[in-house]
Design a protein around this ligand. Structure first.
Ligand code: SDX
Length: 392
């Protein structure tokens, strides 16, 4: 059946699970959410429309969407005492460290919506997590900058509100560019959910014990932070900057193939996609659109395109089926938008919170769900007789 794995209750030895949210055909390079192709969703929906789809299983009609958007909007503020959480961090702390700490801290504030057996409490916790992530991510950036934390605004839509909190200052009005807002909406959609990746599996496994949903999402943020996962978008920009010019691209492609060289092409390769990541295609198109509409010329885009051209013609990459993934172009767009490199993965976490929450709800409401308990292949020593220390 499409998208279904062999059901193995509670993450036992295979670590597989059953889900109806996202389907990936890695060989064909296909990604669908609840049956809808990612390209159709990215080109035609707002992020909250896709969030509704992931959570509820169907695209909303106008009334359903307006009700959902209103519900999310009313949860975008965070408890005033959360300000004190930020003050406890160093200004140069990585935003992902701040987000992990603050979101975990929300578990100390929202006791009332963590009775996970109650559908209303699960919905409130889900809405709170989706709604507050843009505020927490933007505040992590503002705190690092030493600028005042900007409050969310109910008259702005999700992506625009996030950009406003990121870039506005109290002393003058900030107009959110429709170009940037549309691009951000699309980027959030492309990062919303992706089946059982490392961070989503972390959220499911943490949640399978009945843990607080805010603490589960904090665990997901920690997993996503790694450079092999969500941290790759930050690593791609660092790599492109390290390469710097077109004439140095062949040298780095050569290094990526050398087993003895730790250098890897960040933004390339994927455990599941053995074809082009469909999100990367949309991201590349968005990258060109945004840079053109902003009138930005970034030489790193030329380096990225040359890297892709050479790698796609190179037999090492062809044989290992290595293609650009979702992280390869996103950083160039963020850079053009004026977003600092340290915030790239924080935006990935902001978007992926919706997928984590949808997958957590699916897992926690599964009637046959059990606590996750992966097994192992034991490679240790057989029985040994004990020897007292003085005789060792
Ligand atoms: C994300 O799981 C998801 O769905 C994740 C994600 C999501 O939306 O949640 O899609 C988001 O994490 C995208 C991936 C972002 N990471 C990077 O771009 C970092 C660079 N990529 C690599 O680290 C790597 O490709 C991984 C970690 C993504 C996957 O590595 P795997 O699991 O080893 O991939 P593989 O087994 O298919 O690799 C096949 C071979 C291996 O060589 P051999 O063991 O066969 O000799 O290709 C090699 C790998 O060593 N290889 C690379 C490479 N990626 C894999 N060689 C050079 N450069 C690379 N980038």
């Amino acid at each position: 059946e499409t998208g279904m794995f062999t059901y193995d209750p509670g993450f036992t030895s295979t670590g597989s699970c059953e889900s109806a949210i996202t389907y990936i055909d890695g060989d064909a390079g296909v990604l669908t959410h609840r049956g809808y192709n990612i390209t159709d969703l990215a080109e035609n929906c707002s992020f909250l429309e896709v969030a509704y789809l992931l959570l509820n299983g169907d695209l909303p009609n106008r009334t359903e969407f307006e009700g959902f958007e209103r519900a999310i909007t009313l949860h975008t503020m965070v408890h005033e005492q959360i300000h004190k959480f930020f003050e406890g961090f160093r200004r140069d702390a990585h935003p992902m460290a701040v987000m992990c700490g603050v979101v975990g801290g929300l578990a100390a504030f929202y006791h009332d919506s963590t009775d996970i057996d109650d559908a209303h409490h699960r919905m409130i916790a889900s809405h709170r997590l989706i709604a507050k992530m843009p505020t927490i991510a933007a505040w992590a950036h503002k705190y690092a900058m030493g600028q005042p934390l900007m409050y969310p605004r109910n008259d702005l839509r999700y992506a625009s509100d996030f950009l406003h909190m990121m870039f506005a200052v109290p002393c003058e009005p900030y107009h959110v560019s429709p170009v940037l807002s549309k691009a951000m909406d699309r980027i959030l959609i492309l990062h919303a959910d992706h089946e059982q990746n490392a961070s989503t599996s972390t959220v499911r496994l943490t949640g399978s014990s009945g843990a607080n949903p805010f603490a589960c999402v904090a665990a997901g943020i920690a997993s996503l932070w790694g450079p092999a996962h969500g941290g790759a978008n930050e690593a791609v920009l660092t790599m492109l900057t390290q390469i710097g010019t077109l004439d140095r691209v062949p040298e780095y492609v050569k290094r990526a193939k050398d087993k003895d060289d730790p250098f890897r092409l960040m933004g390339f390769g994927h455990r599941v996609y053995k074809n082009y990541d469909p999100r990367a295609k949309i991201m590349a198109r968005t990258c060109h659109e945004v840079l053109e509409e902003l009138g930005v010329k970034d030489p790193l885009l030329d380096v990225a395109m040359e890297l892709e051209r050479i790698a796609l013609e190179d037999e090492y990459f062809i044989e290992k089926k290595l293609y650009p993934n979702v992280d390869f172009y996103s950083g160039i767009i963020f850079k053009a938008m004026g977003i600092p490199v340290s915030m790239f993965t924080a935006i990935f976490a902001l978007a992926r919170t919706t997928g984590w929450v949808a997958q957590w709800n699916e897992m926690i409401t599964d009637p046959v769900q059990k606590i996750g308990r992966p097994r192992q292949l034991f490679r240790g020593k057989d029985h040994r007789d004990f020897v007292p220390m003085d005789k060792r």
